[in-house]
Ligand binder design. Structure first.
Ligand code: MG
Length: 251
């Protein structure tokens, strides 16, 4: 099932994607479960929003060996966690705004776990019961500032630096899906989730032992190799097989 969030009559609503239509839902499916309202709306007629409003955006760094190597770093011994500011959230179809402080902004296409049930100190074999679904993020990064600052809060958190969507897929095989990204139609990244250093159960368990995860929280699971710099005017696509394609343009 694909769950999207969108504007309808000046209100943020959720809907189930049903071919070219959205079946509008009552309330928030993460809290209220799946309850259909009576209306349907054409997908092409709405502006999608980030499909969830997370309490926090947890990210995992250097989780693909080839990506760690391309930025000159070693693979960590355990999942390396950092946070992106919630104010960086951006919608499918939105604009990534390049900040004047940076001269090198890169894309990072990543699989995202959407938490469905409160998770504290859970083991890997309990993780599946705490996941609502999966979506796609672009962990946009001001690479020059990431190295200049030595920690990543600023370089990862400029406004618009977290495109998320286009929707949440609740039936998704995270073990071997293809991830790819393109800039103006030209391939940038291409890898598989099977190339992750730490897999989804290991990541979610690890995070839950360090901070409580709540429904709606998201975990970006790391970028494969092939990070590429984006410039004004670019069209950026992040695709994950079985979920869809997250599109942004660069201002
Ligand atoms: Mg990343």
């Amino acid at each position: 099932m694909r769950i999207a969030r969108f504007w309808l009559n000046d209100e943020a609503r959720f809907g189930m994607v049903d071919g070219p239509e959205l079946r509008v839902l009552e309330g928030n499916p993460l809290i209220d479960g799946i309850q259909f309202a009576h209306d349907r709306i054409a997908l092409k007629d709405v502006a999608l929003l980030p499909p969830v409003t997370p309490g926090k955006i947890v990210c995992i760094g250097k989780n693909y060996a080839e990506h760690a190597a391309e930025i000159g770093e070693a693979v960590p011994d355990e999942p390396l966690m950092f946070l992106k500011a919630n104010s960086s959230l951006n919608r499918h179809g939105g604009a990534i705004v390049l900040p004047p402080q940076s001269t090198q902004v890169d894309l990072e296409c990543e699989l995202v776990v959407v938490i469905g049930a409160t998770a504290k100190n859970i083991e890997p074999d309990e993780v599946a019961d705490h996941i609502f679904g999966f979506t796609i993020a672009n962990d946009v990064t001001a690479r020059d500032l990431q190295f200049e600052d030595g920690q990543w809060a600023r370089s990862k958190s400029f406004d618009t630096f977290c495109p998320l969507g286009p929707w949440i897929e609740t039936d998704f095989d995270w073990e071997s899906a293809q991830l790819s990204s393109r800039i103006n139609g030209e391939s940038a990244q291409s890898s598989y989730t099977s190339e992750m250093v730490f897999d989804v159960p290991t990541i979610v368990s690890h995070v839950s032992k360090n901070m409580t995860l709540y429904p709606g929280d998201v975990i970006l699971t790391g970028s494969p190799a092939g990070i590429a710099t984006i410039v004004s005017g670019d069209l950026v696509e992040c695709e994950i097989e079985g979920i869809g394609t997250l599109i942004s343009h660069v201002e």
